[in-house]
Design a protein around this ligand. Structure first.
Ligand code: FAD
Ligand code: NAD
Length: 404
């Protein structure tokens, strides 16, 4: 009898954790497992702000998929998924067509621009490792150009960060440390550089603990970061962004770099399937299957689940993506063995937001943490993800040990 085939799309936190779990719990002769990913490497999306600011290299935030998969149990195919045919149970890629009995869609997030004019064209987004490298090099190019141009355009050195959510704040934390280094490297006086965070909501990190928010803002302001709060970006142009300051009041801020960190959506490929979705996120069943498609599991940022206590969706995080992946792997095994699937129950341990390499804020197991302790915890969380994916060997190779 033909073995059931499992196709996993995406080798991010969700996809790679699914495969690592499947190879642990399924026997070699039981199933055929294929993992498809755009690149031959996995990148740590949760470290992308560091690669974008230039405080880590793109190489440091990624590792080969082959380091964590067992080639006897899993076939890895480097390919870009072009279409998912959930009715015909096949996937089209730039490297051939693949059929499946069960599929796990874990194709991650894309930056959301909410249709704001010019953002797609003129703003940069910390969306993947290549985009992060581009941001780093773009900022360096602006500094290099300023230091060599005869008539100096100081606005070239302005960096605007749209959105003061966790991504925006973590990126600002890295920039706060990186800008002085760049100034030294490119002979630019520090006072010439403005880093401005523009946030639509009336506070930074909307909904997060106000005391911790105030700590973060104080820390970043002390390093020269400026905040414009309650002022949504309404347009981007090649010269900068237009922000709304009142009913009929607007301000144009010129800048050589605009980084858009104001929210995420699911992968657009979902939108061309018949699966019901909102901004490419699928409200999955309790066992993580797509409604009306019992062979399709969706994990990570393409999945949407409502927290019944708050009646709001759980935020798309790596923490949840990895937990969902473990449940999805177990549920596929259950289906293959004719058993019933389990409900996914998130086990939220907390949130830690870095403010550069040397500081952080967070709530862990209900307790507030700041400073070096929080920064240490953030590094341990990062190392734990490596441990779960590839064991101690991967932690030793890629882990963060620069504990201050
Ligand atoms: P991803 O990890 O994005 O993986 C998707 C994978 O699919 C990638 O490997 C990609 O290359 C691949 N792919 C995409 N399209 C295709 C295609 N067409 N064909 C083939 N392959 C494709 N969450 C936390 O819990 N803690 C944090 O500290 C944290 N920090 C963050 C910091 C930043 C800067 C950002 C941007 C996000 C952060 N998050 C954090 C959120 C977290 O990164 C995401 O929730 C998580 O990455 C989602 O996992 P995923 O597997 O769904 O997607
Ligand atoms: P987000 O949706 O959490 O934050 C986006 C921010 O942009 C919000 O504050 C919003 O008010 C603002 N915004 C929206 N439109 C705007 C406009 N027109 N002008 C100015 N500001 C605007 O998005 P994110 O920060 O990219 O985070 C995405 C997900 O990743 C979240 O689930 C987050 O929890 C997770 N994440 C977690 C961590 C961590 O745990 N350390 C770090 C980064 C991201």
């Amino acid at each position: 009898m033909k073995r059931p085939s499992i196709l996993v799309l995406g080798a991010g936190y969700g996809g790679l954790t699914t495969v690592v779990n499947l190879q642990k719990i399924m026997g070699t002769d039981e199933v055929d497992i294929t993992l498809i990913n755009k690149n031959e490497y996995h990148y740590e999306s949760t470290w992308l702000h560091e690669a974008a600011a230039g405080t880590m290299t793109p190489e440091q935030v990624r590792y080969d998929v082959k380091e964590v998969i067992d080639p006897v149990k899993v076939r890895f195919v480097q390919a870009t998924v072009e279409a998912i045919d959930v009715e015909g149970k096949k996937v089209l890629t730039d490297n051939g067509e693949f059929t499946y009995d069960y599929i796990v869609i874990a194709l991650g997030f894309e930056g959301e621009t909410f249709g704001i004019e010019g953002l797609d064209k003129y703003a940069l987004s910390i969306a993947n490792v290549k985009a992060a490298r581009y941001i780093r090099e773009h900022i360096e190019f602006q500094f290099a150009t300023w230091s060599t141009e005869a008539v100096k355009d100081d606005s070239r050195l302005n960096i605007i960060v749209g959105g003061a959510g966790f991504t925006g704040i973590e990126f600002l934390g890295e920039l706060a440390n990186r800008v002085p280094e760049l100034c030294k490297e490119f002979d630019v006086p520090r006072e010439k550089v403005r880093v401005i965070c523009v946030e639509a909501a009336p506070m930074v990190l909307p909904g997060f603990d106000p005391e911790l928010v105030s700590y973060a803002v104080g820390h970043l302001e002390s390093k020269g970061i400026e905040f414009s709060i309650g002022t949504p970006v309404v347009e981007a142009t090649p010269e900068g962004v237009n922000i709304k300051k009142g009913d009929d009041e607007f301000e144009f801020i010129k800048a050589g770099t605009v980084v858009w960190a104001a929210g995420v959506r699911g992968n657009r490929l979902i939108e061309s399937t018949p699966i019901e979705n909102m901004r490419a996120r699928v409200k999955v069943e309790k066992d993580l299957r797509a409604p009306a498609f019992p062979d399709v599991f969706i994990v990570g940022d393409c999945a949407l689940m409502i927290n019944e206590e708050t009646n709001r969706p759980y935020p798309p995080t790596a923490q949840i993506a990895m937990q969902q992946a473990e449940t999805a792997a177990g549920n596929i095994k259950a289906l293959i063995q004719g058993q019933t699937t389990q409900e996914f129950v998130p086990d939220l341990k907390g949130t830690v937001c870095s403010l550069g390499d040397d500081d952080a804020i967070g709530v862990v197991f209900g307790k507030k943490v700041t400073g070096k302790r929080a920064s240490f915890m953030k590094k341990m969380i990062d190392n734990r993800a490596l441990l779960m994916m590839g064991g101690p060997k991967l932690v030793l190779k890629k882990g963060k040990f620069n504990v201050l």
